[in-house]
Design a protein around this ligand. Structure first.
Ligand SMILES: Nc1nc2c(c(=O)[nH]1)N[C@H]1C(S)=C(S)[C@@H](COP(=O)(O)O)O[C@H]1N2
Ligand SMILES: [Mo]
Length: 409
């Protein structure tokens, strides 16, 4: 009986693909009876996505790209069912966790070393941090002219609790040569074409970033195994940089003696012009630079846009702010389209690279339509722009102010 079930699961995976299987979240009982060429209705998503809040917004289902509306990001630590999803390919077909290994190699590794999950847990000290991960393309829908890629509004951001070992400790166990300048990752996900020889994504960071205290090889998210869609059983967590460097389904890390040249390290991928360009411009490849620390940004997570309040009442607003590798120094809100700003209460982060919580009490002069705009300033004094920042061909780093509509009635 058990064997039968397993056979059937194998069959479903082969005939329909794991992406679909994991999206439906259950066995398709008569999968072997589906006539060739028939697309099942489940593919059109009449059910909620397994393990995810029903109000997340699907930007793309091949591959899965799903964002979290701002009002669902109100928790101080993002619950797993509200974490956005950004996949470049499909999650691995299968994960044999007992035999999963992480290998450290590369020109600048002194030795090649492989670790099982049990080795990692046993040999190294475990750390837990709250880490904000923001997709480099978060906010892309605000760029004009439109750039290609998923049209994220503001919900490609999470700040959850990640547990694992320090990347530094594991790299040092293999040995880091003096000429090391970069690391790169390889994961087990599958190219959309299904072709196993085609890489999906293999990005990296300067060695200095890799060696920071908060750079983790993680196996737990919010105290539980990382769900498949977020990188089970192992992923990199490198907060502050575009989240594309936080490799999921992590199998291999290379220590490089040059800038990592893996998939999506080139062209317009996660790169921006090294000088301001006219919106819509074509930029020579040699003038593009790799995005490192993300810019300062904030969200209003309460109330939800469209809130109504009785005249004379005070409105409690709140949200989070973050600033890539830096911290947030000041937080402001405006109810008059940015003419004047009121300073908010701003808390210190739980740990470096966690987002910070802010709150304010707002009074409105009379009945009518208002917008609340939120603006953070980083520890170096740099502020979020009120409107679209420097346009770039890949549509990255839109950190303009988040706005909500409020009606006083
Ligand atoms: N192996 C692998 N790692 C990956 C990706 C991917 O497609 N494959 N997507 C990256 C991108 S672009 C982002 S924004 C984050 C998203 O992480 P999440 O889906 O857990 O929120 O994972 C990163 N790590
Ligand atoms: Mo991303």
């Amino acid at each position: 009986m058990k064997q039968n079930l397993k056979d059937r699961r194998e069959f479903i995976k082969k005939s329909l693909g794991t992406a679909l299987f994991s999206a439906i979240g259950t066995d398709i009982v008569f999968a072997d009876k589906i006539p060739a060429g028939v697309k099942i209705l489940g593919e059109e998503k009449p059910f909620e996505m397994a393990g995810k809040h029903k109000d997340l917004v699907v930007l793309n289902d091949r591959p899965w790209n799903v964002e979290t509306p701002a009002h669902l990001l109100d928790d101080e630590v993002t619950p797993t069912d509200k974490i956005f999803i950004r996949n470049n390919g499909n999650p691995p077909e299968s994960v044999d966790v007992k035999n999963w290994t992480l290998t450290i190699e590369g020109e600048s590794a002194r030795t090649k070393k492989s670790f099982s999950l049990a080795d990692l847990k046993k040999k190294f000290k475990t750390y837990t941090y709250q880490i904000q991960l923001e997709c480099g393309g978060n906010g892309r829908s605000g760029f004009f002219p439109v750039t290609s890629g998923n049209q994220w509004k503001e919900g490609g951001i999470s700040c959850a609790e990640w547990t694992g070992v320090r990347l530094r400790d594991v790299l040092e166990a293999a040995g880091i040569k003096e000429d090391a300048v970069y690391i790169g990752y390889y994961g087990k996900d599958v190219h959309l074409s299904g072709d196993p020889s085609k890489p999906v994504i293999s990005r990296g960071v300067p060695i200095k970033k890799a060696l920071e205290d908060e750079s983790l090889i993680a196996w737990a998210l919010n105290g539980q195994d990382i769900p498949m869609i977020h990188g089970y059983p192992l992923r990199l967590i490198l907060g502050g940089y575009p989240a594309s460097v936080s490799g999921k389904w992590l199998q291999k890390i290379v220590i490089r003696n040059k800038v990592h040249d893996g998939e999506k390290m080139d062209g317009n991928h996660y790169r921006i012009p090294s000088y301001p360009v006219e919106p819509g411009a074509k930029v020579p490849d040699s003038d593009m630079k790799i995005i490192e620390s993300m810019p300062v940004k904030s969200l209003i997570t309460y109330p939800r846009s469209g809130a109504m309040l009785e005249e004379g009442k005070v409105l409690d607003v709140r949200g989070h702010a973050w600033a890539g590798d830096l911290s947030v120094k000041e937080m402001y809100v405006s109810i008059d389209f940015g003419s004047t700003w009121q300073k908010c209460e701003l808390r210190t982060p739980k740990n470096r690279l966690a987002w910070q919580h802010w709150s304010a009490k707002l009074s409105f002069p009379r009945k009518g339509y208002y917008e609340v705009w939120a603006r953070a300033v980083d520890s170096e004094g740099i502020s979020q722009p009120m409107v679209m920042p420097a346009w770039n061909p890949g549509g990255y780093l839109n950190n303009s102010c988040h706005r909500i509509a409020v009606k006083i009635v």
